[in-house]
Each structure stands twice: as structure tokens, then as C-alpha cells.
Design a binder for this molecule. Structure first.
Ligand code: F6R
Length: 241
């Protein structure tokens, strides 16, 4: 696992965009595993810039997102579909038909989850997976637990995650309590992983990545078993290293 520590969020974003751009350039139909949340927003802005400047072409690129809240339509301004459209897809030359996000509104969520795994399989897996990290060490919405799931599933969000995400909603009670998330299987099978973390509230979770323990109680610790992970972070997130 490589750690790259920067002074500012802008530098984190530029560096992460460079890593992702390398993959897009090296394979025209690359499959990008994407995340929402505040961590990758700056990187998405950089990618938009590269695309607008004609330096990066997404016309054949495919993307598959980690997760989606249950019960929110794609038009809801806090849904992850809306987030991806407004923060990236609407501004680059990707074909929206090639962008995939779990659907948290289907009646049969189990069937939806199974189909999402089949979709990942049919895309041939993920070339590069972008991850944020929860203050509790979650990746995607794979929350700390006695067991982790390989496959896409319905996850109940922990109180800590609901609190952390309340900043995006009118109030804490508006935060959905469940989400559909990719399991740890496809994440760990991604060829390359870029994990972005900024701020002191991530310091504890980041420290767990260097400690000599792998535990489902801190899901991100599984990443220690992956051969190609780059953790891109600021000094605050690196504060306990
Ligand atoms: C988002 C996701 C989450 C976030 C994590 C960090 O798709 O799967 O695991 O990456 O909660 O969120 P931010 O970046 O908002 O601190």
C-alpha cells in the first residue's frame, strides 16, 4: 500500500485525477469504479477540466458506482445518481448508458443486488476503484461488523455513518437508514485502488491501514491484502501515522 501525503485538498484531487487519467488513457473502454461523498469531488472537477481541454476522452469509458441510498429516486438531489450526474457525468463526454449505479427504488432489492453483481461480472470487473473511507473505516457502505459480504447487498447504515452524512440533508432524520452497496468482493478484485481521505476525522481510520491488524470491524483493513492500493491523503488525515 502506497501513501501519498499532500498539503491541500487541491493537491490530493490533482494527484488522484492523474492516477485515474492514466487508466483511462491506457484502456479506452476502462471500467471505473466510482464513489460519491466529499472526498472525490475535487478529483471529478480535475477530470472535467482534462476532458474539456481535450486531454482525456471518456467516450468509451464505463463506470460502476459503489452504492446508492434505498428509497431515493435518481432525481432526488441527495441520491448518488444525482450526485454523479451533477458532479461528473453531465460535464464529460461519457455515454450515460455506460454509467451504472445501484437502483435503490426497485421493489425486489435482492434481485436488483444479484443483477448488479452480474453486471459487474459482465463488464469484466473493475480496472480502477475509487474509494473514500468512513470515519469508522467503512468502504462503500460495507460497515464495521462481525462479517462482511462479498456481493452486492442491502446494508443498514450505522449511527456514525448517518451522523456523518447528515450534513448533506436538511436534518439527521432525513438520512436514509439503508443503502444498496457493492460488497467487498469486486472492490478487492479491482486491478487498482485509489483511496482518498482528507480531514482529521479520517485519521483514526487511516491509522488502521498501517496497523498490523486486518478485521471486519474496520472494513478498510482488508485493503492491506490488495496488491495495488494508493492512499491519497492530507496531513490531517495522516495525523496519527
Ligand atoms: C460513497 C461511499 C462512502 C464514502 C465515505 C466517505 O459512495 O461509498 O464509503 O466514500 O463515507 O465519505 P466522504 O468522502 O463524504 O467523507
Amino acid at each position: 500500500m502506497k501513501f501519498k501525503v499532500f498539503d491541500s485538498y487541491d493537491e490530493i484531487s490533482a494527484y488522484s485525477a492523474e492516477l485515474l487519467a492514466e487508466v483511462v488513457k491506457s484502456k479506452e473502454d476502462a471500467v471505473l469504479g466510482l464513489a460519491t461523498g466529499s472526498s472525490p469531488v475535487g478529483m471529478y472537477k480535475e477530470l472535467i477540466k482534462l476532458n474539456k481541454d481535450g486531454k482525456l476522452d471518456f467516450s468509451k469509458t464505463k463506470s460502476i458506482n459503489l452504492d446508492e441510498y434505498i428509497g431515493l429516486e435518481g432525481t432526488h438531489d441527495q441520491s448518488y445518481r444525482y450526485f454523479m450526474n451533477t458532479n461528473l457525468f453531465d460535464h464529460i463526454n461519457i455515454d450515460k448508458k455506460n454509467t451504472f449505479i445501484p437502483d435503490g427504488t426497485v421493489e425486489d432489492l435482492l434481485d436488483g443486488a444479484k443483477k448488479y453483481d452480474e453486471l459487474i461480472e459482465s463488464l469484466g470487473g473493475i480496472d480502477v476503484q475509487v474509494l473514500g473511507i468512513g470515519p469508522n473505516g467503512h468502504i462503500g457502505f460495507n460497515e464495521p461488523a462481525d462479517e462482511l459480504k462479498m456481493n452486492t447487498h442491502v446494508a443498514e447504515l450505522t449511527e456514525e455513518t448517518i451522523k456523518a452524512n447528515a450534513r448533506f440533508f436538511a436534518s439527521e432524520k432525513d438520512v436514509p437508514t439503508e443503502a444498496v452497496t457493492m460488497g467487498v468482493g469486486p472492490i478487492m478484485k479491482a486491478k487498482k485502488i485509489i483511496l482518498i481521505a482528507s480531514g482529521a476525522n479520517k485519521a483514526w481510520a487511516i491509522k488502521s491501514l498501517v496497523d498490523d491488524v486486518i478485521t471486519t470491524k474496520i472494513p478498510a483493513t482488508l485493503l492491506k491484502l490488495h496488491p495495488d492500493v494508493t492512499v491519497v491523503l492530507d496531513k490531517e488525515a495522516a495525523g496519527m501515522l
